[in-house]
Structures are given as structure tokens and as C-alpha cells.
Write a new protein. Structure first.
Length: 409
């Protein structure tokens, strides 16, 4: 078992973070087409009844119950279409031909579907029993005027926005976008496209984090690569703190690295916690600067992505005013052996698939090193292995958490 003394659990870290985050108070009113992915600032109520009038749920005939009781042939007195209601006289002993969505004429007590009708030159008669109110959608049956149709803190997607449009609502008040400043630290980092000196690597974390922030609807302030120099790092922290609600750094938080980041955090703000009992991603820092929150991501690419997904993503959701930040998990059987040492909650990358028996199962993407970012493009889920669990044999139950849109899931 690996030593885990002093490491905070993911659950405790999340609880501490989210309990401290206060949602942004500034709001914007935007047209619906500009509101995709934004979060409602306050509850939205319906300005009208839905449906706005009694209407036919089927193509067929609007009838009065007394007229159909005899089972005789009944003349058709007129027609009603969606957008073209019947408006003439409706004599007793007749029916109205009606289409789905058309307003039912005053006095209608039921709509009989056309499949239950026989027609002839004499008119129409019906082959099934009729009950009062059948196939009539009543005014306000779906939504009553004044009813809350969307709570504050609802993230707006292609499912919610058409609902607002159907109510005649042209715009919605949303929380403003969080502003997030990002930078990478380390003399070993180089920009893609530039030649690598001995011992250098390309800075991929900042690109990944920038893209994930944009996918979450944030305004991103990208400050580039900051060298391992206390003055340069202090200047980056101060600029980021002035411009952003949240500051994210990548690198400089692992044990054994230059401890400029920790020293500066203690000087410029305060540290909430520093090390977590998760794998990958133990060296994750959370704290507060003068004007903003701070998260320090590990330098290893997979560790940075995992901690962003598990910790920064819910933090941003809470900052945006989103109410539901929980990530659902599924329980499935492992189809391959999974290596694990007790001591830390492990987020291995896997592929959730349908097994030969038709039931879902999960397989590993292979080597789980914290430098193998290709495991995200090969996989579609995290395999979440409990902190004190050891190796997993094929057939054992495990929990999986599907990648969301940040990883193309």
C-alpha cells in the first residue's frame, strides 16, 4: 500500500471547494440563439397556457356525445385545420371533420379518430365506444400560465431553449461567463512549432485546458508559458488575479519541484489544500488570491486533465450558478484485469462497450501512465476504482463515469 498520510480525499476536497464558491452575481439578457450553454440567472415562468386552446390530439371527428349515441349516420357540417378553425354554425346531429392540432369547435365533447369511423355519401358513423373528453388536449394541460418552467441555475441546451421559444419568450437572463486566466510554468516547456532544446517538451496542458474551458463557456485569458523565475511568476499571478475570477496554472505543484508557486500563494493569498488521495493527480492545489480563486494543476498531461475534469469542472459550474454539478456513474463488469494499489482513488481510462452477452462491460485502454494522453482519445470513460481497492479481476463490478463533451463523449 502506498503512503497516503496527509492526502485529502476527492470527496472532502470537492465539498470544501464548492462550499466556498459563491456564484457570480453579474447577469446578461441574451436572445435565445446566443444563450446556448449559458446558465439561467433566475427562474423563468410561462407567459401563457400550453396549449393555448382546446385542440384535437388526433385526425378524426369532433362530436357531441348525444349525437353519436344512436349509432346512426351523421352528416359532416364542416372542417377544422390547425391554423384554420371551424367557425360556422354547427347544427345538431352533425359532426366536424378535424385535424390534429386544430381548435375543437365550441360544444365538442370528444374527438373520434378517423380509424374508428366509416364514411359514405350519407356521412359518417363510428365503430367504437366514445367517452367524454377523449383525444382532446385541454388548454393549459401541459403548462399553466405563471408556472415555473425553468429554475435558476439551469444550464441551457438544445433541449431547454426550444421550450422557451415555444412559449414566445425571445430572450433569457443568464449569469455572465466566468473569466479564467491560465498559464503554464516550467523552463522545460516549449511552444508547438518551435524546435525542442535538450530536455524540453511541448506545452500541451495549456492547450487542453484552454479548449476545455471554452467548451464550458468560459472567457479565457491565456498568459502563455511562465519560466521558473519568482519575479516572472509573481507578475503572472498578479496579472491573472486582476483579470479573472479563477486562475489556473499547470505545473510547479509537485513535491521536489521549485516551490515558487506554493511560496507565492502563501504571499499573495491562502492555500486551501495541496495534495489529494487520487491517481493520477495527487499534486493538485486549491486556494484563494486577492480577487480570484486559484487551482494549480499537475504538470503531467493526464493528471492535469483528470484533476480539471473532476475538480475544476464542478468549480466552474458552481461559479456559473449551475445547481446540478454531480456526475453520474454506471456500475458494470470489468472485462479485463485492472492493476491497482490500495491508497488512492484511481481514475483509469477505459472503453465502455457492449459485451458478447449484450450487457455493458468495460475494458482498459492499456498502460495508465500519467504521461499517456492518448488514453483519452482511445477511451470513452473513467474506470473509478475505490481508494482502498486492489487489483480488479475480469468479471468484477466497477463504476464508470462517461467522458462528457470535453473529451468528445
Amino acid at each position: 500500500m502506498e503512503p497516503t498520510a496527509g492526502l485529502m480525499s476527492l470527496e472532502t476536497a470537492l465539498e470544501e471547494m464548492l462550499s466556498r464558491i459563491v456564484p457570480l452575481s453579474e447577469t446578461q439578457t441574451l436572445p435565445l440563439l446566443k444563450s446556448l450553454g449559458r446558465v439561467t440567472a433566475r427562474a423563468v415562468t410561462s407567459p401563457l397556457d400550453v396549449p393555448g386552446f382546446d385542440n384535437a390530439a388526433m385526425d378524426g371527428y369532433a362530436v357531441r356525445l348525444a349525437d353519436v349515441a344512436s349509432g346512426e349516420w351523421l352528416p359532416v357540417a364542416g372542417k377544422a385545420f390547425a391554423g384554420q378553425p371551424f367557425s360556422g354554425e354547427w347544427p345538431a346531429g352533425t359532426v366536424i371533420r378535424i385535424m390534429t392540432g386544430a381548435p375543437v369547435p365550441p360544444g365538442s365533447e370528444a374527438v373520434i379518430m378517423q380509424e374508428e369511423a366509416q364514411t359514405s355519401d350519407a356521412g359518417v358513423r363510428f365503430t367504437a365506444d366514445v367517452r367524454a373528453g377523449q383525444h382532446i388536449r385541454r388548454r393549459g394541460e401541459d403548462i399553466r400560465q405563471g408556472a415555473v418552467v425553468m429554475e435558476a441555475g439551469q444550464k441551457l441546451s438544445a433541449a431547454e431553449l426550444p421550450l422557451l421559444a415555444s412559449l414566445g419568450i425571445p430572450e433569457v437572463e443568464v449569469v455572465r461567463k466566468p473569466r479564467v486566466a491560465i498559464f503554464s510554468t516550467g523552463d522545460e516547456l516549449q511552444l508547438p512549432g518551435q524546435p525542442l532544446a535538450e530536455g524540453q517538451i511541448y506545452d500541451t496542458n495549456r492547450l487542453a485546458v484552454h479548449l476545455m474551458l471554452e467548451a464550458l463557456g468560459c472567457d479565457v485569458v491565456n498568459l502563455g508559458i511562465i519560466r521558473d523565475d519568482p519575479d516572472a511568476l509573481r507578475a503572472a499571478f498578479l496579472e491573472a488575479d486582476r483579470e479573472a475570477d479563477l486562475v489556473l496554472s499547470s505545473g510547479g505543484v509537485s513535491v521536489g519541484e521549485a516551490d515558487y508557486t506554493k511560496t507565492l500563494l502563501e504571499e499573495l493569498g491562502e492555500i486551501g489544500f495541496w495534495k489529494l488521495a487520487i491517481k493520477p493527480g495527487k499534486p493538485f492545489a486549491f486556494g484563494r488570491l486577492a480577487n480570484s480563486w486559484f487551482c494549480g494543476l499537475p504538470g503531467n498531461p493526464v493528471s492535469a486533465a483528470v484533476t480539471f475534469y473532476q475538480l475544476v469542472r464542478p468549480l466552474i459550474a458552481r461559479l456559473s450558478g449551475q445547481q446540478d454539478v454531480a456526475t453520474p456513474r454506471l456500475r458494470v463488469r470489468a472485462a479485463t484485469r485492472l492493476k491497482k494499489s490500495p491508497g488512492r482513488l484511481d481514475f483509469q481510462r477505459g472503453v465502455l462497450r457492449t459485451g458478447a452477452d449484450g450487457l455493458p462491460e468495460v475494458v482498459s485502454t492499456g498502460h495508465q501512465g500519467s504521461h499517456i494522453f492518448s488514453s483519452f482519445s482511445q477511451g470513452n470513460c473513467f474506470i473509478v476504482l475505490e481508494r482502498e481497492r486492489g487489483n480488479v479481476e475480469p468479471g468484477e463490478w466497477v463504476e464508470v463515469e462517461l467522458f462528457n463533451h470535453l473529451f468528445g463523449g
